[in-house]
Design a protein around this ligand. Structure first.
Ligand code: C2E
Ligand code: CA
Ligand code: CA
Ligand code: CA
Length: 278
């Protein structure tokens, strides 16, 4: 039997174009994933560089396909988007994250949780209303929910996107630009869209200590974000050398394997309670 996990996902993404029966089988299974209880959110800590404390979490979706191991979201999210399944899945993600926020709040663990939002979801006409409905139903303070959006989500209709972001912010929800630096008009976007946080893509973090050009970019970005009053989260920090450079260059928070991989809710809770420092 085949595994879809780990570093084989790129291989499978390529072969998906050819093996459409494989893709159809995947789609059929994905359709049943929620009902079969196969979806799960993992939580990766965001750590404050100044205090070394966990100050947030990013919810990352996992699919335990037919209990055969985890399928990478890099593989099934695009499929979910193509097939429209992302609507149901995206709603499940927001609800589950809100329920988790509620559970942690009740335990006295005040941790904002960020969810990734896909283009299809964000561009639904009733996205904001629907989000507020879920927050209200779950009794969650909107200040504890963050949305991570990529630039490509916002380009479809800029004016509408700006209006939506403003509405979300007026409701108290935080908004981040994800994968910053990988799009094509990033600087202009910082100007136009009212983000709270910029997530510096891992491509500017990986081996940054060895690459003067990357260093120049990180320095310029962090200087700019200071003026723009944006929080910066460095993504995918893996080594002490990367961390040292990030630490010295005005990033506020980090996320990465150097501190912790994405964890189950129970693992994350355990880590919070043991309150480790970086
Ligand atoms: P992303 O939003 O950029 O998420 C960060 C990815 O980097 C995650 O991969 C995370 O596990 C990985 N990562 C974290 N620390 C490190 C590190 O130190 N080194 C390296 N090499 N990687 C690190 P993951 O969980 O496989 O998710 C991949 C992508 O799938 C996400 O990228 C996001 O775009 C998408 N995704 C995940 N969950 C959801 C979801 O609930 N909804 C939607 N629409 N997309 C999701
Ligand atoms: Ca993200
Ligand atoms: Ca990212
Ligand atoms: Ca990414």
């Amino acid at each position: 039997s085949r595994s879809y996990g780990g570093n084989r996902c790129t291989l499978y993404r390529d072969s998906l174009q050819v093996l459409s029966s494989e893709s159809l089988a995947l789609e059929a299974d994905l359709q049943k994933a929620i009902a079969r209880n196969e979806l799960q959110l993992y939580y990766q800590p965001k750590v404050c560089l100044k205090t070394g404390k966990i100050v947030g979490a990013e919810a990352l979706l996992r699919w335990n396909r037919c209990n055969n191991g985890l399928v990478s979201p890099g593989l099934f999210i695009p499929l979910a988007e193509e097939t429209g399944l992302i609507e149901t899945i995206g709603e499940w993600v927001v609800k589950t994250a809100c329920r988790q926020i509620k559970t942690w709040t009740n335990l006295g663990l005040l941790i904002p949780v960020a969810v990734n939002v896909s283009a299809y979801q964000f561009n639904q006409a009733n996205f904001c209303e629907h989000l507020m409905e879920i927050l209200n139903d779950q009794g969650v303070d909107p200040a504890y929910l963050e949305l991570e959006l990529t630039e490509s989500i916002l380009v479809k209709n800029e004016e509408l996107s700006i209006r939506k972001l403003k509405e979300l912010k007026s409701l108290g929800v935080k908004v981040s630009i994800d994968d910053f630096g990988t799009g094509y008009s990033s600087l202009n976007y910082l100007n136009k869209f009212p983000f709270d946080t910029l997530k510096l893509d891992r491509c500017f973090v990986k081996d940054v200590h060895q690459n003067p050009k990357t260093q120049a970019i990180v320095k310029a970005v962090t200087m700019m974000t200071k003026q723009l009053n944006l929080k910066v989260v460095a993504e995918g920090v893996e080594t002490a050398e990367e961390l040292a450079f990030i630490y010295d260059n005005l990033c506020h928070e980090i996320q990465g394997y150097i501190f912790s991989p994405p964890l189950t809710d129970a693992q994350f809770e355990g880590l919070l309670k043991s309150d480790p420092e970086l």
